[in-house]
Ligand binder design. Structure first.
Ligand SMILES: [Zn+2]
Length: 111
């Protein structure tokens, strides 16, 4: 099981350690079906699963993926010939949205 983040402070810290950008038209999760990650919901998901929402990306090959069971995971794909995926952290999507919302309010207040 990956590390499940269950509090605002820790999630915010993780998000500041590794800035995550919005996905672009070049963002692709086109990987073989066997490239799967362990999600906080207790299942494993193929990175290429079309039901996953790509929330963001980071370099080199990291994706923030939200699954249908309410978890958002930060996933790194490694390897060139043999690729594999690994969750760096995972949290409830609700917690993620909450932190993003609060961070946005915080940013707006500096304008
Ligand atoms: Zn999941």
């Amino acid at each position: 099981m990956p590390k499940i983040i269950d509090n605002h402070e820790l999630l915010l810290k993780k998000l500041m350690e590794q800035p995550i950008g919005k996905k672009t038209i070049l963002t692709s999760t086109f990987y073989p079906n066997k490239v799967v990650y362990n999600c906080g919901c207790g299942s494993t998901h193929a990175v290429n699963n079309p039901n996953l929402k790509i929330v963001g990306t980071a370099l080199p090959v990291k994706f923030l993926l939200a699954c249908e069971d309410g978890y958002t995971s930060f996933v790194q794909v490694t390897g060139f010939f043999i690729q594999k995926a690994e969750s760096i952290w995972t949290c409830e999507t609700k917690l993620f949205d909450d932190v993003m919302h609060k961070a946005k309010i915080m940013m707006d207040s500096f304008r």
